[in-house]
Design a binder for this molecule. Structure first.
Ligand code: UDP
Length: 328
């Protein structure tokens, strides 16, 4: 019987890029997705799309009965920081209960390997920058809390049941597949880079800057933007690491280099060659002023080498896909 890696949330932005990278590495996959945010057309590199919801325990159980699944990668989380502050229940239910259901189905089927999408939002307001994995985790929004609870569950399931896990704490995923087959596309769109590129294409009148009074060099939030294909590569490496008996642990995935919102807008103007109108607004709830990480551990332990560290390069891949997808 063929063995698969189950990609939960494989129709989404990061999950689809990882599925493509796994296919290139010769790893057979199945995508499990409810298509609430994902795109059917992003599922191209898998043997099947299993259309179901993580809150449906019976559907999950059947997937594990029907297929031999040797490992799981879990991307199916709600990710909007602002929304998690105004509608926390959505985040607790999907991100925590949904993941517990997944872990239950894995346990019942005897699938003991998982790579989990975690986040730098689990750290909260940084006490030191760049942030190492040992930094205290005090999230300031329900999104970060929901991911932290799952990290704790993974560690406990590891100790109690022998679950092999990696939690990959992404900084800000950005950019698109250099072949421009898939890219960053959320409905509704709330993320900075696709919104900026929408403004560049004239699909929106302007880009709103959320907060100009942060204690940063230009008053706007600083984030560490990491190319989605570099994230994808880290997943392939994390799976090999766990397959080789690596100790379960969390890894930061970032470039170690921060860019303010205004810097990203300036860079996008250069890359696109378009004018981008800017509207200045108030802060968005739940946003720490600066999030920049060190990924030394992923480099030394996983052998991870990000290839697209330059923000111009990241934006160029994003622009290339965005223009192809949306300029009609
Ligand atoms: N941001 C902004 N305007 C927008 C969307 C985002 O100024 O229309 C800011 C946001 O406050 C944060 C940064 O851009 O400081 C990145 O936000 P995004 O939602 O892309 O990712 P997050 O950091 O929430 O994961």
């Amino acid at each position: 019987m063929k063995e698969y890696v189950l990609i939960v949330g494989g129709a989404g932005y990061i999950g689809s890029h990882v599925t493509k990278s796994l296919a290139k590495a010769g790893v057979p996959t199945l995508v499990f997705d409810n298509l609430s945010y994902g795109h059917r057309e992003f599922v191209r590199w898998s043997d099947d799309l299993l259309l179901a919801d993580l809150l449906d325990r019976e559907a999950l159980r059947l997937v594990f009965l029907r297929y031999r699944i040797r490992a799981v990668m879990h991307f199916a989380g709600f990710i909007n920081v602002g929304e998690s502050v105004t509608d926390p229940e959505k985040y607790y239910r999907n991100n925590i209960i949904g993941t517990l259901n997944l872990l239950e189905a894995m346990r019942e089927a005897g699938t003991w390997v998982i790579v989990f999408s975690s986040t730098c939002a689990t750290y909260g307001e940084p006490l030191e920058v760049p942030i190492p994995e040992t930094h205290p985790q005090n999230p300031i929004n329900s999104y970060g809390v929901s991911k932290l609870v799952v990290e704790k569950a993974l560690a406990d399931y590891g100790s109690a049941y022998g679950l092999a896990w990696c939690a990959l704490r992404y900084f800000n995923a950005a950019g698109a597949d250099p072949d421009a087959e898939i890219g960053e596309w959320h409905i509704p769109e709330t993320h900075l880079i696709p919104l900026i590129l929408d403004a560049a294409l004239g699909r929106r009148p302007d880009i709103a800057v959320f907060g100009t009074d942060y204690p940063t060099k230009d008053g706007t939030c600083i984030r560490d933007y990491i190319h989605v294909n570099d994230l994808a590569q880290a997943h392939v490496l994390a799976l090999s690491y766990l397959d080789a008996g690596g100790v379960p642990r969390a890894f930061n995935l970032g470039n170690g280099c921060g860019h303010s919102v205004l810097e990203v807008i300036e860079a996008a103007k250069k890359v696109s060659g378009r004018e981008i109108a800017v509207k200045y607004g108030g802060r968005r709830a739940g946003d720490p002023p600066a999030l920049v990480g060190t990924a030394d551990l992923a480099r030394s332990v996983l052998g991870w080498k990000p290839k697209h560290s330059d923000i111009m390069d990241i934006l160029a891949t994003a622009w290339n896909w965005h223009r192809k997808q949306f300029s009609g």
